[in-house]
Design a protein around this ligand. Sequence first.
Ligand SMILES: NC(=O)c1ccc[n+]([C@@H]2O[C@H](COP(=O)([O-])OP(=O)(O)OC[C@H]3O[C@@H](n4cnc5c(N)ncnc54)[C@H](OP(=O)(O)O)[C@@H]3O)[C@@H](O)[C@H]2O)c1
Length: 337
Amino acid sequence: MTTMQALVAYGTGEPAEVLRLETRPVPQPGRGQVRIRVAATPIHASDLHILRGRYGFAPPLPAVLGLESVGLIDAIGEGVDALSIGQRVITVGVTGTWQEFLVADAARVLPVPKEMSASTAAQLLANPLTAQLLVTNELGVQPGEWLLQTAAGSTVGKMVLQLGKHLGFKTINVVRRRAAVAEIKALGGTEVICSEDEDIRQRVSEIAGPDGVSKAIDCVAGQVGADVSRSLTPGGTMIVYGALSTHRQTEPEKLTIPLFARSVIYETKITKGFWLYRWFSTTPREQISAAIAATFKLVAGGTLRIPEGQPLKIQQFSDAVTLAESPAHGGKPLFVF
Ligand SMILES: NC(=O)c1ccc[n+]([C@@H]2O[C@H](COP(=O)([O-])OP(=O)(O)OC[C@H]3O[C@@H](n4cnc5c(N)ncnc54)[C@H](OP(=O)(O)O)[C@@H]3O)[C@@H](O)[C@H]2O)c1
């Protein structure tokens, strides 16, 4: 095979309008590199943010996007001894996964067991690792403590509530649809608040007491993020790691959270950000490896179950990117080859 399909972003704007499917030469691995025949690669919210030009970095365009993948090694460059052709691997921190073949440094791939589904392997890092880091490194949520989280039905949200069960902390899970409540309870969420018909602040005080909770994570921002901040106990911490309520905005200035100044000043509530990309670029290599190994173990051992993705051919990219941000879309769309 000498050519392959690649999904290329040619500009910023509505994802379906700025992406083009192209035939490109199959890349060759250089020294210390392997080539992977990609089996599955997810569409993450961050890919759509990048396409709208409002993410934390803006790659020079045209560019192939995609942040995670699983596939089989089909060619090996000189000087690679620890990997072999036919080995099934995931990519770690490699961008440009929305293509049939990709080349990666050998140090940036990780073998995965045969029993692990392609859907799980393709989603093994970005969301589960984020969930794990938020509740451990960032907030150190202790057994018996409450953790308040928004978009609990997201992949990250489902990882967090499963971690709650595993580590013994209790979760208050905010969802935006009544229909999502039963699923969150079934997965082990301690309490669920439906923002469609319930007041977040009032329900948090009924559940955790009038002082609220000391720890929260939010990926919705806007008024929901503000309500979460108001639900914190004095001195409490909210980590903001996403801004789904502004998702369709192409204007970065719209990414706001109207914090209540009184509680920031007099109750010294803390709002902090978290971004996995920044964590990767500021954390010593051995700590990164240890965190990845811990997440890998939790997923491979079945403690964390990643919702099964929805496979779509890359030719269906327009449907796939629309599905990725449709309400109640369920499993994450995955490009499969
Ligand atoms: N900072 C980081 O390093 C980092 C790393 C990983 C992920 N993230 C962020 O984490 C968030 C979740 O990602 P994911 O891949 O887990 O999501 P996902 O699986 O695609 O799920 C999205 C979820 O968010 C809910 N949602 C969407 N828009 C919403 C809104 N306006 N208000 C309330 N809920 C809304 C959806 O609810 P319905 O079911 O009702 O549609 C769905 O449950 C994203 O913001 C992503 O960018 C950040």
